[in-house]
Design a binder for this molecule. Structure first.
Ligand SMILES: Nc1ncnc2c1ncn2[C@@H]1O[C@H](COP(=O)(O)OP(=O)(O)O)[C@@H](O)[C@H]1O
Ligand SMILES: [Mg+2]
Length: 330
């Protein structure tokens, strides 16, 4: 079998704060295969953004990567210099940030923002000034058309505030895709959008993935979003992966009580006849966590044995969950 495009092993990312060391990502393993879409799901604060900011080399002080391996397309990203890492960002891996709607520069036109990325990363641009300008313009129009912005050529000279929320999200995706990355990481691309526009943006990401043959990581707090768009899904809780597998297995047959709880809180996905209810309680404080199942205090199925460290257990081939009850009658 082909080696995965991205492989993260035992990643640990910590923030040294006045209150103590926050272990935001604690021993996370991720694999993204070529051409696939991986969904990453979990409540706010579970470590989704920090995991992938770590992959991008974008964790800033007081945060730092404290251990683990990050291999992309055969290269060990943790060994790259800052300038080599800058070249990887944009050209090989692109990430649209969670606050995409404010991440655009309000003072630059959309065309100028796409041109910036192309200037920085595209080595195929011609060197002659006129030809270079023309090539940049052509590529920019192509990217805006690709993300479904009508009359792309005339909109290049407009500023972000002249576009709707959904259109701005499309522009962020166009900028991310300008250099044809092998991997697009989309961090909550639809959270700020209403339901119809959400569906359009997800459709767009799926279409472009097929067209460009790239891999996608789709980060969301909404398990409903991954159901139609991701091949595999990983569920995160309090800095750890608690369940992973094919989307149809994880959603059709959830193994971890947390995933069951997430599903039970989504009207579209809840089991027929079951009441819709949110998971009670709160995510634990990530400072000085006791060595026990992190979901313990909120779990309706907890037992004494859950008061010790829990590793991943196989529920079915390729489907694993961090729960001692997996594979046992509970
Ligand atoms: N700059 C920071 N300083 C201290 N802690 C942080 C910082 N950024 C993130 N964290 C910690 O990391 C945890 C995970 O954050 P994040 O990955 O952004 O969660 P999400 O799953 O919502 O994307 C947060 O709950 C917080 O405790
Ligand atoms: Mg986040």
């Amino acid at each position: 079998m082909n080696a995965p495009l991205l492989s993260v092993k035992d990643l640990r990312t910590v923030f040294d704060t006045r209150a103590g060391r926050v272990c935001a990502v604690d021993g996370v393993n991720v694999e993204v295969r070529r051409g696939e879409c991986l969904g990453v799901v979990g409540e706010s604060g579970s470590g989704k953004s920090v995991t992938f900011s770590s992959v991008m080399g974008l964790v800033r002080s007081p945060g730092r990567i404290d251990g683990g391996e990050i291999t992309f397309d055969g290269r060990d990203l943790r060994k790259l210099s800052a300038s080599e890492m800058r070249a990887v960002r944009g050209r090989d891996i692109a990430m649209t940030m969670q606050d995409a709607l404010t991440a655009l520069n309000p003072a630059l036109t959309v065309g100028e923002q796409i041109a910036e990325v192309l200037e920085a990363h595209d080595e195929t641009l011609p060197t002659g000034r006129g030809a270079r300008q023309r090539a940049i313009r052509e590529r920019s129009v192509e990217m805006l058309s690709l993300v479904g912005i009508p009359s792309a050529a005339s909109r290049l000279s407009q500023y972000p505030h002249e576009f709707s929320g959904g259109m701005r999200q499309r522009i962020m995706i166009a900028i991310a895709l300008a250099c044809r990355p092998k991997l697009l990481i989309a961090d909550e691309p639809t959270t700020a959008l209403d339901v119809t526009i959400q569906a359009q943006v997800l459709e767009l990401i799926s279409d472009i993935r097929a067209k460009l043959g790239m891999s996608v990581v789709l980060i969301t707090h909404d398990l409903g979003v991954v159901s139609g768009h991701c091949d595999r899904v990983m569920v995160m809780y309090a800095g750890q992966v608690v369940e992973e597998g094919l989307t149809r297995d994880v959603i059709g047959n959830p193994a971890h009580p947390y995933t069951k709880g997430l599903l039970g809180s989504i009207p579209r996905l809840a089991l027929r006849g079951q009441p819709i209810k949110p998971i009670e309680g709160q995510v634990p404080d990530l400072i000085d966590l006791p060595p026990q199942c992190r979901f313990f205090s909120r779990c309706t199925l907890r037992k004494d044995v859950c008061k010790s460290l829990v590793s991943m257990h196989e529920a079915a081939p390729g489907h694993r969950a961090r729960c001692v009850l997996v594979g046992k009658d509970s």
